[in-house]
Write a protein that binds this ligand. Sequence first.
Ligand code: GP9
Ligand code: MN
Length: 652
Amino acid sequence: MNKLKLPKKLNNSHITFFAIAVVLFWIKTYTAYQLEFKLGIDNSLQKFLLLINPLSSALFFFGIALLFKKRTKLVMIIINFFLSFLLYANIAYYRFFNDFITVPVLMQTKTNAGQLGDSALSLMSPFDILYFTDFLILIALALTVFKKVTVTNRKSFKIVLLFAITTFLFNLGLAEKDRPQLLSRSFDRNYLVKYLGAYNFTIYDAIQNIKSSSQRALADSSDITDVENYRKANYAAPNSEYFGKAKGMNVIYVSMESFQTFMIDYKLPDGQEATPFLNSLAHDNNTFYFENFYHQTGQGKTSDAEFLMENSLYPMGQGAVFVNKALNTFQAAPAILKGHGYNSAVFHGNIKTFWNRNVMYKALGYDQFFDSEYYSMSDENTKNYGMKDKPFFKESMPMLEGLKQPFYTKFISLSNHFPFAMDPGDTDFPAGDFGDTVVNQYFQSANYMDQAFEQFFNDLKADGLYDNTVIVMYGDHYGISENHNEAMAKVLGVDEITPEINTKLQRVPLFIHVPGVKGGVQKQVGGEVDVRPTVLHLLGIDTKDYMEFGSDLLSKDHRNWTLFRNGDFVSSDVIQIKDKCYSSETGELLENAESCKDISEKVNTELQMSDEIVYKDLLRFYKPEGYTPINPDNYNYLGPKGSKGVKSSGNN
Ligand code: GP9
Ligand code: MN
């Protein structure tokens, strides 16, 4: 080895040592990405980003070593060791959990050590030592050819740092181009790693956790008192006509991806209805169909809708509760119902890490999570993020039938997602003709979803579950954004989309089908936050002791207004948009904004209180009467094959 000689100029340069460290590390990380992780790369920009993302990390971290005057090589080797160790830890963890290590995972060492158990060794192979090759090469070089190199200066550090930052910003810029709001929405760890790399992901994750835990640390039990008082003063008592009418029945929630109310009973110019099945459901005798029901989601989209429905709390103004607050204490519907003998499960044909669901569902108390691993994710069966609705519901049936009853389940449909393009052969329904591809395709895509729901209902009838199951179906959030308002004006046959019409376009359908109970079209104004008390009251569970902001839609005291996450709101009389007050009926601007003032104050109070609960994790200080807290650590979602030496999913 000593004979190995580099040209003198290079040999004397710490920069050469640095460059070797960077290149080796870059190659290694990229190889690991290719061999170990399923990142779902689907275009050439993503391929390129994956290739360059280890570079900015390598430049930055190894660049730190250049700050050290004397022990540059040693520091570089130590840094390499830590980064290699982090990469390898992620590799081993991913082999088992199909997920990346996060700060909370590290903090839950008890659970994770238990989960890894005996399997830890079987996840490693002697060849894994290759993931430390660069580390070993650096040591060898430092002891031989670079033995005498000591010179360094801070100027080189500055240049390297500048280069690292430029590479990182270039990387981030391209990533944001491909996936807007990558950092603020932070929907999936796989995405962050794919776009920014495993090391940058760890830094991002650490910053998020520091922010979160400092807010939490400052809170104490007295912070919940105000919320309790507000809650008592605003509680809408159950309607005796409906309370307990569905007691002991199974519950199925269906999240209808991007589905908006304007579609119900809508006829295209040629007279065709895109959603004949849902239209008939809206007029079904045993269905409560809420036509003035609004989504209240923020950046967390589908996951925010799930959060609202199951916790009756509001989502965060920025980011997603599912991602940023998944370690909080919640008293969610599945956990409440567990105390009433229910078994719970979620069905969703997408990877489990999306929206951090595999972590959040434990905090919500879901016994099982049937994610993409349980479905045949063939090219034919999938689109956008995952399973198309028809094969999704079909393949879910045996899993649903296998559940212990009574069950509380949630099916998250997926194929009616932006941009709503259909695969050839999946539809013979004509596209709309409104001069906007997205809007035109929406009709075809919604029609496909409608057929999938019909097939699901038929299957439920065929296997006998239908008559003993409450089915709650809700549109999760808008599908067609304001960018398409020109076409939407044509769809609705109006000259322009006014602020009032735009607000009403935020309506999403809510159906609650209760066997044996007379329903009907419901006019009251409500939002996703109201669903939990409505459904729990139907099941005979009074929610008065739970910290929630919803108001039972069937209660005689239902408040008849609903708010949006940005502070706007709608009631049966008024609509407030950006501090302006309009009449709900005519849409005209009301000069005397007094009519909006009362509700406006409540809206601000509620959003603020809900944020307090979420940001400060206040439910950890509160135990509702008769509620048995669940422990998220007792839940595991290990996929269809399960694993040796690991507890099976669920129960305490
Ligand atoms: C992905 C699905 C869709 O799993 O929930 O996500 P969205 O973009 O609608 O939040
Ligand atoms: Mn969605």
